[in-house]
Structure formats: C-alpha cells, structure tokens
Design a protein around this ligand. Structure first.
Ligand code: NAI
Ligand code: A1CAB
Length: 264
C-alpha cells in the first residue's frame, strides 16, 4: 500500500500519473487536510482519503509532498505510528535525508526525490538520492514507483539542490518562455490559439531533437541560424539583453533557495 501525504500541485500530479499508469485506486491512500479538496480527490480518483496517522499505520511506502516548511511537524506527528520497515519518500525541496532521518524512527530508510509536474502526463523527470539506512532495494522500490510517471535518475545527494533548480522548477522556465513567445505573436496580430499551437509544437519538436538526435544544443541552434537570417537577428537581441546570464543567475537563485529551505 502506498500513501501520498499532501495532494497539492505535486502530490496530485503524482497521484494522477500513478493511477493512470498501473496503480489501482484501492492500493493508494491519500492524506489531504483541505476537506473540499479531499472530497474532490475521492470523487475524481476513487481513492480513500484518510488522516496522516492512519496512512502511517497502513502504508508500507509513504510519499510525502508537503511544503518544506511543514515537513518536520508532519514527521514528528507520524513518527510514533511508524516503524523502520516503512520506506519514506520526500519530494520536499531542500529537505535533506539527514533532516528526514532525525525526525523518524532510528534506521528508517528515506529517499529524497525531486520530481516535476509533467509527471501528470507520464513525462516527469525525477532524481532520487538515498539516506544513511537506504539500501539498493529501497531505491529500486522508489524508482519503480516514480518510473510510473516518467524518467528517474539516481544522483548523489549533493546534487539535489541543483536538480531542484534545473528540472524541479524547470517546467516553469519553459512556460515563462512560451508565455512570452505567445504574447509576442499576439502583439504582432496573430490569433492567440494559433500562436499557442506554434509555440507548443515548437517546444515539443525542439525537445525531441535535443533528446533523440544526440547533438549538442549549440549544433542544433547553429542549424537553425541561417547566415544573415532571422534567427541570428533574434539571438543577437537575446545576448544584448543578457538572457544567458539571467538564466544562469536564476538557476543559481533557485539552487540557493532550495539549500536555504533545509533549515526551514
Ligand atoms: N509544484 C512543483 O512543481 C514541485 C513541488 N515539489 C515539492 O512538493 C511539495 C509540495 O509542493 P506543491 O504541491 O507545489 O505545494 P501545495 O501547497 O500545492 O501542496 C501542499 C499540500 O499539502 C497539504 N498539506 C498541508 N499540511 C498537511 C498535512 N499536515 N498533512 C497532509 N497534507 C498536508 C496541503 O493542503 C496541500 O494540498 C513541496 O515540498 C515542493 O518543494 C517538488 C517538485 C516539484
Ligand atoms: O517552487 C518550488 O519550491 C517547488 C520545488 C521545485 C518546483 N517547485
């Protein structure tokens, strides 16, 4: 039995993705304190929504998707109802395996995971790192669970704040670019639906080229950039406005925020 504790944006994306790809609703418990939302989850997914302490008693794997600031209080509430046979998976940004272990029964295996919202579509990217009592079989279990909603890679925990900044927050950067490109098209007189379709499929096509061609992005970009052409004119403007530096510093800010959340 799997319990998803906290069915907000990320918890619900994981829940929906898992149910769409192989998990039966009767094998999944959910904890969600917002009663109206809990009712919606029961109706939409046919899952049992139970208090966190019940989930702790009944599930062998607990996937916790609360805000980082709420994690420690929840773990302190759950801990008396747990034993060290349970696998705890946390998707909270910044919360280290050491912090998780400090608030769980001694010897509890924990996995720190960083998914992203495309999990909802089965297109997630999740990185996982194990704690001090986490064996290969625990990581295999976490990986198999998260593989139902997309790709999974294992990383050293020292990389998790960077993962959070790149792929955890990453979808938002692409939506930001998409929104900007669509608005530019609309400002030029194009119907919004046409602009959105052009942008959406261009992102999908560019992602397929990046993932499947085996080429470095510089090579792919050069292939688009005809001498004296339109792309060169656009890229010159992006460089003039410091977009490369802005992205680098944005990702550093996200990494630093993730790292700061461990003390929350
Ligand atoms: N939103 C995203 O794209 C991603 C979020 N995360 C992580 O997922 C976690 C949740 O983030 P969001 O889903 O964005 O936030 P959210 O605010 O949408 O979800 C948090 C949920 O936890 C519930 N909750 C609060 N106290 C609770 C308790 N005591 N027991 C059970 N549930 C409780 C809230 O009602 C809410 O539904 C955060 O730690 C975040 O770092 C990780 C990767 C991506
Ligand atoms: O914005 C956040 O803090 C979370 C973590 C990664 C994506 N969303």
């Amino acid at each position: 039995m799997i319990a998803i504790i906290g069915a907000g944006k990320m918890g619900e994306a994981l829940l929906a993705g898992m149910l769409a790809r192989g998990h039966a609703p009767e094998d999944v418990l959910v904890t969600e304190p917002r009663e109206e939302h809990a009712e919606e989850l029961r109706r939409r997914y046919r899952v049992e929504v139970v208090p966190a302490t019940d989930a702790a008693k009944r599930a062998d794997t607990l996937l916790i998707a609360l805000k980082p600031q709420d994690m420690v209080a929840l773990l302190d509430t759950l801990s008396p109802h747990l034993d060290s046979d349970r696998l705890i998976i946390s998707v909270a940004a910044g919360i280290t395996t050491a912090v998780l272990e400090d608030h769980l029964p001694p010897g509890t295996p924990v996995v720190r995971a960083m998914p992203n919202t495309p999990a909802l579509m089965g297109q997630g990217m999740t990185a996982v790192a194990g704690g001090a009592h986490t064996e290969g079989a625990h990581l295999d279990r976490a990986e198999a669970l998260l593989a139902t909603v997309g790709e999974v890679i294992r990383v050293g925990e020292q990389h998790m704040d960077t993962v959070t900044a790149i792929s955890g927050s990453g979808p938002a950067y692409f939506y930001f670019i998409a929104e900007t490109m669509i608005e530019a098209g609309v400002a030029m007189g194009m119907p919004r639906a046409t602009a959105q379709r052009l942008v959406g499929q261009t992102i999908t096509g560019a992602a397929a080229m990046l993932n499947d061609s085996g080429e470095h992005p510089v090579v792919l970009r050069e292939a688009v950039t005809s001498p004296g052409g339109t792309t060169a004119a656009a890229l010159r403007e992006l460089e003039r406005h410091g977009v490369r530096t802005a992205f680098t510093e944005a990702i550093e800010a996200a990494r630093d925020r993730s790292s700061a959340l461990s003390g929350s």
